[in-house]
Design a protein around this ligand. Structure first.
Ligand code: GLN
Length: 205
């Protein structure tokens, strides 16, 4: 069998933590042959079987995706091949179809791949970064225990429609959603030792 390859969009943001998390999650799943590569150029996107869009600054990430011509190709690979993507924090924002006023004002071009509306920096200045236990609603023995999630200037998913499903909430706010092979997390699963979100994603690859 050909070696599976997971790409991490490496234009800006928490890149290395994701590379490490994907490697560790693959090891825990016994996927010894999985390769993790940085994706900055168009040709680096062509042979990946799954993609991570990390946290960082969504306006910058979106601009660089366009500049490096990754934007259209990501959309194409999702539409034509169902490419699995895990987007975290800023990555979650870029996957959305609709954003809030801040997305509009900053002219952030979302990938518009998931039927959801996001609100940037939704927890405001008082709660710029915090940690909280959430319950991930996936019917899988792995997710019976709560998940300790790290939020950093996090967005929330204000609403989902169509084929997009909420998977976890913090209070009444959606912080994890899934649509087909696309997973969007408002938090940072790469910043804890709990690899369940990465493993859940790798099972789609
Ligand atoms: N606040 C950032 C944005 O709006 C996201 C923060 C993060 O990725 N940690 O793009």
């Amino acid at each position: 069998m050909a070696m599976l390859k997971v790409g991490v969009i490496s234009v800006q943001g928490a890149i290395f933590e994701h590379v490490e998390a994907v490697k560790s999650a693959a090891a825990e799943l016994g996927l010894k042959d999985m390769q993790v590569v940085h994706v900055r150029r168009l040709n680096e996107l062509d042979n990946v079987d799954g993609l991570v869009i990390p946290g960082g600054e969504s306006t910058t990430i979106a601009k660089l995706l366009i500049k490096f011509k990754l934007y259209d190709r990501i959309k194409e690979r999702v539409t034509d091949e169902d490419l699995p993507i895990l987007g975290t924090c800023a990555g979650c924002i870029t996957l959305a179809t609709e954003g809030d006023l801040e997305v509009e004002k900053t002219d952030t071009k979302l990938l518009r791949l998931m039927d959801m509306r996001v609100k940037r920096n939704a927890f405001g200045r008082q709660r710029e970064s915090f940690e909280a236990d959430i319950k991930i609603e996936v019917k899988n023995k792995d997710f019976e225990e709560p998940y300790h999630a790290v939020f950093i200037r996090a967005p929330v998913i204000e609403k989902v429609w169509g084929k997009c499903r909420p998977l976890a909430r913090l209070e009444d706010k959606i912080v994890l959603a899934k649509q087909g092979n696309l997973v969007a997390a408002a938090f940072h699963p790469e910043l804890t030792d709990d690899l369940r979100v990465h493993k859940y994603f790798l099972e789609m690859v």
